[in-house]
Design a protein around this ligand. Structure first.
Ligand code: SF4
Length: 416
């Protein structure tokens, strides 16, 4: 029997407005710093060592968040060919190609979203961590050349099983080695007390974000993965600041009210799904409506949880940062990843898993080496693979996605 697609009710969170203001303040502060020369600006990878940069007085800009905006505004697909034309392959990260394409063409979605901002803030230094992939290093190397500014970074481990003292010792040493070149750019001495405070704030932000996501375990879930992809803004760009903490306190309060009143983000939550992989930024709204219309709530994801850094400890800032940034899901081996996903299935009471096979991000794609089948065999939880991409909309077929999702929900229905 075919599953019926119904009229969709998706309840927006009131706090989304406060988070929107947070993002506006964040970008205007960066823009003001460029215009006034008040602060130095560091560009940082999304799971890079932001706490060190904050501790040295830099304002921190994250190109990945900019590229996700290129995705949500559906500007990315048209910009990618400009990067391809100078030798960056269509097969590599479409965050990288969209962002470099935007730079070449002098375009940014910031101008439309935040009137008065004409361009991304010019960097004084670029800082990466390859814990997520090598693409970020190549991406930042392009800008180091264009802006003629220093490039510093951490070259991390990949496919890590247990995180051992030798892993953290090596990463810690690389973090400490950044201080001297960063002092030269900042024009001031590193201050351990300020750094520790940044780590403390970052840990508080991370703990709150974890609690926000954990509200999804309630039945019905008060939020969805699609909400999470925008709600996570402060956890990505604002960790190490008080403002991000204020946002998440408000958000948590609203979500806890929903949980107490048993108000779900959608009506009639029949199926609870887990999303593994990157979002399709240009289809957030369409995917949200597609699943909701079938009575399925995508309530949790690996992706949104990637900004939980539980190991951070202000009393041992370098060592704990080294651990926190090596313990991440994306850095780990398949055994660890499978254990992690199985824990999420239990915690969020998941009925099915949707894997996004993102064409240009093998690093966040975990469905190509038998993982879905292994997890399904062990847990009995069925899974679906969606072919697509984070930013390059030429890599997906909306019709195919819709047909596959409908068939998957039908399968879940029949299994009941
Ligand atoms: S993890 Fe994937 S999406 Fe993120 S920068 Fe690396 S290749 Fe791009």
């Amino acid at each position: 029997m075919a599953v019926e697609e119904k009229k969709v009710t998706i309840r927006r969170l009131k706090t989304a407005k406060d988070l929107g203001k947070f993002m506006a303040d964040y970008y205007y502060e960066l823009d003001d710093a460029v215009k006034s020369g008040k602060n130095k600006i560091a560009w940082c990878t999304s799971v890079g060592p932001a706490e060190i940069l904050r501790g040295m007085g830099f304002l921190v800009y994250f190109p990945e968040t900019h590229s996700a905006m290129l995705g949500t505004t559906r500007m990315a697909t048209d910009l990618i060919p400009a990067a391809n034309a100078i030798g960056y392959s269509p097969e590599i990260c479409s965050y990288l190609t969209a962002d470099i394409g935007a730079f070449i063409q002098g375009k940014t979605p910031l101008s439309k979203a935040f009137p008065g901002i004409e361009s991304v803030p010019k960097p004084d230094v670029l800082v990466y961590n390859t814990n997520q992939c090598r693409d970020v290093q190549d991406w930042f190397a392009y800008y180091a050349d264009k802006f003629n500014v220093p490039l510093v970074g951490v070259n991390s481990y990949r496919s890590v099983g247990e995180v051992t003292p030798s892993h953290t010792a090596s990463i810690k040493m690389q973090l400490e080695n950044m201080i001297e070149p960063l002092e030269k750019v900042a024009g001031r001495k590193f201050d351990m007390a300020v750094f520790k405070e940044a780590v403390r704030l970052s840990k508080e932000c991370s703990d709150l974000w974890e609690r926000v996501l954990a509200t999804g375990s309630a039945k019905p879930a008060p939020l969805s993965f699609f909400d999470g992809t925008t709600l996570m803004g402060p956890a990505v760009v604002g960790r190490g600041t008080e403002a991000a903490i204020d946002c998440y306190n408000l958000l948590l309060e609203e979500l806890e009210e929903r949980v107490s009143a048993k108000i779900g983000v959608i009506d009639d939550e029949k199926f609870r799904l887990y999303w593994e992989g990157m979002p399709v930024w240009g289809r957030l709204s369409a995917h949200s409506k597609l699943f909701a219309g079938l009575g399925a709530n995508v309530i949790a994801s690996t992706y949104c949880s990637s900004w939980i850094f539980s190991a951070l400890d202000p009393e041992d800032p370098f060592e704990s940062m080294a651990r926190a940034y090596t313990e991440l899901f994306i850095v780990r081996d398949d055994d660890h990843k499978e254990k992690y996903i199985k824990e999420k299935i239990d915690f969020f009471k998941i009925d099915g898993i949707v894997y996004h096979n993102a064409r240009t991000c093998p690093n966040n794609t975990n469905c190509l080496y038998g993982m879905p089948q292994r997890i399904e065999n062990e847990t009995g939880i069925p899974s679906l693979i969606i072919d697509g991409d984070l930013n390059d909309l030429r890599c997906l077929s909306d019709e195919q996605t819709k047909t596959n999702v409908e068939a998957f929900i039908e399968q879940l229905e029949e299994n009941r």
